[in-house]
Write a protein that binds this ligand. Sequence first.
Ligand code: SF4
Length: 478
Amino acid sequence: MGRYLVHTFGCQMNAHDSDRMEEVLRAHGWTNAESVEDADLVVLNTCSVREKAEQKLRSEVGKLAPLKNRKNRGLVLAVAGCVAQQEGEKLLARVSHLDLVIGPDNLAELPMLVADQMAGAPPRARTVFDLDAPRFLAAAPEPGATPVSTFVTTMKGCDERCSFCIVPYTRGPERYRPSGEIIDEVARWVDSGAREVTLLGQTVDSYRDPSLPPPASDDPDESQFPSLLRAIATRVPGLRRLRYTSPHPRHATAALAAAHAELDVLAHHVHMPVQSGSDRMLKRMIRRYTRAEYTERVRRLLATRPDMTISTDVIVGFPGETEQDFQATLDLVRDIGFVGLFGFKYSPRPFTPALKLADDVPEAEKSERLARLFEVAEAQTRAHLATLVGTRQEVLVEGPGKTPKSWEGRTARNEIVHVDGRPAEGRGLAGEVVEVEIRQAFKHSLAGELTAKAIELLPLESGVARPSRKRRALPLVL
Ligand code: SF4
């Protein structure tokens, strides 16, 4: 077989799909190419959630076209991901040098589709949802090449239909993975060296276990997600940290809060998208909760651990958003005390219900609101990080830091910590949970040093030097 290159745009779900695509290709004898010049297959795994990501795809395709024509006539050029699903055949018609358009539910067919192209088949679009028999590509962790922190898919698609979002169109309705498969995959990752797993789903907390009878409760807010968290904690005891992304506030039930209070393996942090602090906007966005409901659910989570933190996503300049609505968002950001915030300017996306609403907030106003939002949010992040200086934090080290003498890891919440003291030899700290004394706070991260206790507990192979100790004289026994 040949050599492939997968280029990923967009979210964690796409990055996860790219990993699975690479595994499927490798299982069929393909190897990773160093660059596009020596690749026989280039896959652009696309995102259509934000306008910019789609623009990026167009520019990337434009760059590859001359390469395909001049340098490497045999190159197979494929587009996968949300733009592929959204545009399908139309993309083939618009971009003449494209060979393959493949949707997120058809990734297992990639080697076969590429083989057809190499044999001279005409360009093809394959974008069929697996509604009747949902398929989840199982990860194949490689011992020795396993990251400290990894992702495991629990579901795909979304039933929410927020008015600004194209995901229900590009990823289809919700389909869930049986809990046994999820737990086995978490266990496989841990056996091969991973220490932290993030469960991945568009609305990860709406999980229903297809291998169990439907829950007795008729409450649409009640999911089986807390049970899944408990089952993972019990059956994979070697797992050090468990995270999930992204939950929807509607499913952040009392049972989920109880799981946080009970399970030490769960991170002390939740990223809970709110999108707006104005009830009028939340209604127009079809988020299906009010500001008061969001606040109550988030406060319930915050109460589960003394050091629990929450971050969020916000859209500014949604159709009809007034200064008053925006002020309500700023007010909510201060009220909850988010320690992290991803903010975006609204942009109309194809096939979304919000297209019926006039995009009436001027671009300059959107930019100005976003800048004001970031100012408030960043001040909160800085203030939060400053409170941690002088404290001792448990840090899961993920790998080498940016300087030759540092490591990088995260706290049980989600703060990035640069840890001093990378040894010249030995396997170092990757995968260790170490106690770090925080010395400094930056804009988005912390820096600190291993405590004496942490150094004492480290395995010898880590290469970290222990402080020298005076040898105690043994009593002489005659
Ligand atoms: S919950 Fe809303 S924003 Fe999130 S993927 Fe579903 S439709 Fe999109």
